[in-house]
Ligand binder design. Structure first.
Ligand SMILES: *[C@@H]1O[C@H](CO)[C@@H](O)[C@H](O)[C@H]1NC(C)=O
Ligand SMILES: *[C@@H]1O[C@H](CO)[C@@H](O)[C@H](O)[C@H]1NC(C)=O
Ligand SMILES: *[C@@H]1O[C@H](CO)[C@@H](O)[C@H](O)[C@H]1NC(C)=O
Ligand SMILES: *[C@@H]1O[C@H](CO)[C@@H](O)[C@H](O)[C@H]1NC(C)=O
Length: 351
């Protein structure tokens, strides 16, 4: 049977060494199996958290720099993720860099990808602040390199993964079956994709006017259906074009926001200074993503951060992001913070 699931479970724990492994059946957990994504947040009494001091990360974007923007509380910096059945390995930045020597890692997605890319570059810089880094931008791609390790960490802005093209008459068309940027992605050694938040935009924030889906065009459709079609285009591309023995592929699970009045659980992140005790919210978009990933032939990893982040209503910039009280941000995440844990998980799964 060729069906490979996109999951990762941790199979063995040897002191602090963990080995991620792809499973081709979600039910075939081995005896010592440990799902890194099932666990809880624990206040860290040792001095391990936060993993870096954001004030020594010179390239951090204002929108993530909550302390500098005046956030008065600091407990949110002190929580570490504790999986139920094993420990999350400590982040060893030098080991991480050495593992990626001569390689390129690229994040492809929206500003949540940017959030994770920036967290990772801050973590790496903080561990070796003397190491020179070069940060440049070519078109929509930001490239961050450490010559000492010969590593590159790239950020490719692309909120929908599929294309948006402009017709002669100015009409912007979302092409659900076209991935023209993909050739550049294929060159990478590690890819971390993300897409969801922009699918919800309507009105002025919606960057397309028409949807093209095979031979038909239409003005709109339920957004989950459009999302699934675009993901399916992406999945077909991976299955047919990507050599996953050379290029390791991750998909960042849907990052939950906390500004959704009417949903159960917390309605807003403003003033929240502690993680939530429980979360019940179901993310249908995450289920769509998992369905598409499970239907793939090639192996890709799901960075299943949805639930663990759902607890962290305290982790968003709130009024200490880019917009202050005019633009409450309960979508992105303060750095240092929750996203650093996503990178710990990424590091553990890179093996
Ligand atoms: C650095 O890595 C690139 C691949 O990303 C490789 O082509 C190049 O030879 C490496 N340079 C050195 C000095 O090792
Ligand atoms: C622009 O052209 C497309 C077809 O290429 C058509 O579907 C659309 O209605 C046109 N829009 C306007 C505003 O004329
Ligand atoms: C789209 O149109 C082409 C050419 O007209 C046709 O060959 C193809 O079968 C159509 N595809 C679908 C999905 O209808
Ligand atoms: C992702 O995590 C959620 C919540 O912890 C879990 O219900 C779901 O089964 C996980 N998905 C996969 C593919 O492991």
């Amino acid at each position: 049977m060729k069906i490979m699931f996109s999951l990762f479970f941790l199979l063995f724990m040897l002191s602090n060494n963990v080995h991620g492994k792809l499973m081709n059946d979600v039910n075939q957990l081995e005896i010592n199996g440990c799902d890194l994504f099932q666990g809880r947040w624990i206040y860290d009494n040792d001095d391990d958290y936060p993993l870096y001091d954001s004030s020594i990360c010179p390239f951090i974007e204002k929108q993530f720099d909550c302390l500098k923007n005046g956030r008065p509380d600091a407990d949110y910096l002190k929580y570490r993720w504790q999986p139920n059945e094993c420990n999350l390995p400590r982040f060893n930045a030098i080991e991480f860099q050495n593992k990626l020597r001569g390689k390129q890692m690229m994040f492809v997605g929206d500003s949540i990808s940017l959030n994770q890319w920036q967290s990772l570059t801050c973590m790496l810089h903080a561990a070796d602040p003397q190491a020179k880094y070069i940060s440049k931008r070519i078109g929509g791609t930001s490239i961050f390199t450490f010559p000492k390790y010969n590593t590159s960490y790239l950020m490719y802005r692309n909120a929908f993964l599929v294309d948006i093209t402009m017709q002669n008459n100015g009409t912007r068309v979302l092409e659900l079956d076209s991935l023209s940027s993909a050739d550049q992605w294929k060159q990478m050694d590690v890819l971390i994709f993300d897409s969801w938040h922009w699918w919800l935009h309507t009105g002025r924030k919606q960057p397309w006017d028409l949807v093209q889906d095979g031979n038909s065009t239409y003005v709109d459709a339920p957004r989950l259906a459009l999302y699934e079609k675009a993901l399916t285009t992406w999945a077909k591309w991976v299955d047919s074009e990507v050599d996953t023995t050379k290029t390791k592929i991750f998909f960042q699970g849907v990052s939950p926001d906390h500004d959704n009045p009417g949903s159960s659980g917390s309605n807003t992140c403003q003033g929240v200074t502690q993680p939530l005790a429980s979360t019940e919210r179901v993310h249908e978009e995450e289920l769509v993503l998992e369905k598409v990933l499970k239907g793939m032939d090639k192996s890709v990893y799901l960075l299943n951060i949805t639930k663990l982040s759902q607890y962290r209503a305290d982790g968003h910039p709130s009024v200490f992001g880019h917009g202050g009280h005019r633009d409450l941000d309960c979508t992105h995440w303060c750095l240092a913070g929750v996203v650093d844990t996503w990178n710990l998980l990424l590091s553990a799964l890179l093996g």
